[in-house]
Design a protein around this ligand. Sequence first.
Ligand code: HEC
Length: 350
Amino acid sequence: MIATATVSSWLPQAASTQSQGVDPAFYGVYVVGAFAVILVTGLAMVFVRQFPRNSENERGLSDARPNVKLQAAWVLAALGIAIYAFNAGLPGFLDANAAPWMSYRVLATVGREGFQFTYPNGHLADTLHVSINRPVRLDATTVDVIHTLQSPSLRLNEPVLPGRTAQAWFNATTPGTYELRSAIWGGDRYQDMHTAVVAHTPADFDAWMIRVSDVFAGRTMVQAGEVLYGTKGCRTCHTIDGNKLVGPSFKNVFGHQFDTREGVRITADEAYIKQSILKPNVSIILGYEPVMTPFEGRITDKEIAALTAYLRTLSDLGGTPAGADSSATKPAGKQVASAAAAPAAPQGGK
Ligand code: HEC
């Protein structure tokens, strides 16, 4: 008992129910291991003193008959230790592999870019927020090499292998911020594989979820559009760097003209973009398949406006996004400029 009390600070302060399975097994095996080390090295030192090398002892050694009882006792003791260690670790191991069915499920993606967590409502974040006293199940995948999900305080350690979904769960018991890291060094480009698990009280967690679920809170329309580009899934089919995926890149879409399958040339203005999002299959851009999912009923007008504002920033014909704070002055200036240019053109033509 004294041993447990004094060595308990060797593991970080436990912050999850998993510690009930892990900690006793760890300390038990640790104490038995330490005892074995002391016993074996101690005996070795005693024997070195007691039986120094000399001809008499060497003769005695070759004559010696094995002490079967002592050997059997040693084998049985080692077997007992192995059975004890297995028995001590098994419940925690089984528990760690069986997430309760009512767990809060969060998808985790680990890769060179770090950690990304997807919540049941589609919210994406690079830190993991959870509520205490509520089991959280992580379904983790890696987008490149082998990683781990490791959090000492939460007693969490789960390898994440490419091509498989690793499952880990924990039930945080103490509010606080805990380290979560990948304990496998994946190469030079993976040095900073750290993030945090923030364990809230249930009320705080709900408040946090409501706050972050509003993409417009604390963001400009363009910033909100950039977030929606990821959370609404546009990213899977549209790049922003000019490369073609399933759909055309968002680079230089706004304001540009495109031919459609229907043989019409359209201008990707606000109205066309809105229609492309709500009913993409009404008019198909030439060279692409009609595979874009209609977002009708799954996206608000404000979200479309934010995405459009974002698309404007990705286009050389984007101009100043509508609704931007400075919009009052700039378009007015443009109008003046074009009004001045318009009469000048015919004059030049004459
Ligand atoms: C499943 C893949 C897929 C997803 C997801 C997807 N799109 Fe598309 N999108 C396409 C394809 C393919 C086209 C070209 C064919 C067409 O016009 O429907 C396209 C066309 C477009 C166009 C017209 C492009 C142009 O050159 O005029 C816009 C705008 C657009 N998508 C916006 C979005 C937005 C915004 C989202 C996210 C809310 C999104 N898309 C999600 C596949 C996708």
